[in-house]
Design a binder for this molecule. Structure first.
Ligand code: GAR
Length: 271
């Protein structure tokens, strides 16, 4: 393993149980993760992941999206947004409401929630923002804030992207009848579950499997892949190249890359 200069500082965003967070905490304590989670944020107050963070003595906050999304048009008129809403609307790909007034109002509410997230995250000066089960679409305002000087937002997705984006990766994979499922860790960009793929791993789907077995098998791979990606980033083993057709492609330069991928497949076939 290449020498790591220092541990990465991570801000982690979640919405629910936070088993990915727990896996990172455990690896960090065990000394196998070259990263430290400096702050955890959730889009809702009751997320169990916040309790996991508090137990590990990591500062934890919630930004109540439900409350932000209830802002009335009159309330919205009174606030000053940190972005040009018309410009944001032209660039964004996530809010699809055909009515421009409603679409922009929705965007404005999201931006206000994101502004609060950004305020908290920035105060902890993280190297990377890790989305780990954060079930909200983020606008270009959030993405550009962190990506302005280079790709700094990571996401874990429970499917082999670009297949099955969205919120139900395991269910969609299983219901389609796939014989292999997968998990993806990628840099986030302005699309939904798009952005340069850093690492993927696959698991078999056996004839007598059910969705719970699939999710368990997939989640244990998510923990491995996400931690490995963070270690690669800490070691400087993640290189970005321009793709021939435009866009950015990730190349992993770890000499043990093939061995690590082989290990993931072998482990997934045993569970
Ligand atoms: C994980 O399976 C993650 O891949 C998924 O939510 C789960 C969170 O689990 N994320 C998405 O579906 C994002 N589109 P956790 O809270 O136990 O870490």
């Amino acid at each position: 393993m290449a020498h790591c200069a220092r541990k990465l500082r991570l801000a982690l965003l979640l919405s629910g149980g936070g088993t990915n967070l727990q896996a990172m905490i455990d690896r960090s304590v065990a000394g196998t993760l070259s990263a430290e989670i400096v702050v955890v944020l959730s889009d809702r107050p009751g997320a169990f992941g916040l309790e996991r963070a508090a137990k590990a003595k990591i500062p934890a906050f919630h930004v109540d999206y439900k409350a932000f999304l209830k802002h009335s048009p009159t309330e919205l008129e009174k606030v000053e947004l940190p972005v040009d809403l018309a410009d944001l609307d032209r660039r964004q790909k996530i809010v699809k409401n055909p009515d421009p007034v409603e679409r922009r109002a929705r965007l404005a509410r999201l931006v206000l929630a994101e502004h609060e997230l950004i305020r908290i995250i920035d105060s902890y000066k993280p190297d990377y923002v890790c989305l780990a089960g954060f079930m909200r679409l983020v606008t270009p305002y959030f993405i550009n804030h962190f990506n302005a000087g280079g790709l700094r937002i990571l996401n874990v997705h429970p499917a082999l992207l670009p297949c099955f984006p969205g919120q139900h990766g395991y269910e969609d994979t299983f219901e389609y009848g796939c014989k292999w499922g997968g998990v993806t860790v990628h840099f986030a960009d302005e699309g939904e579950d798009t952005g340069p793929i850093i690492a993927q791993a696959v698991y078999p789907i056996w004839p007598d499997d059910d969705i719970d077995k699939i999710r368990r098998r997939g989640l244990s791979l998510e923990y491995e892949v996400y931690s490995q990606v963070l270690n690669w980033l800490a070691q400087g083993d993640v290189a970005l190249k321009s793709a021939p057709g435009g866009g950015t492609r990730v190349v992993i330069t770890d000499p043990n890359y093939a061995g690590i991928l082989g290990g993931w497949v072998a482990a997934a076939c045993r569970t």
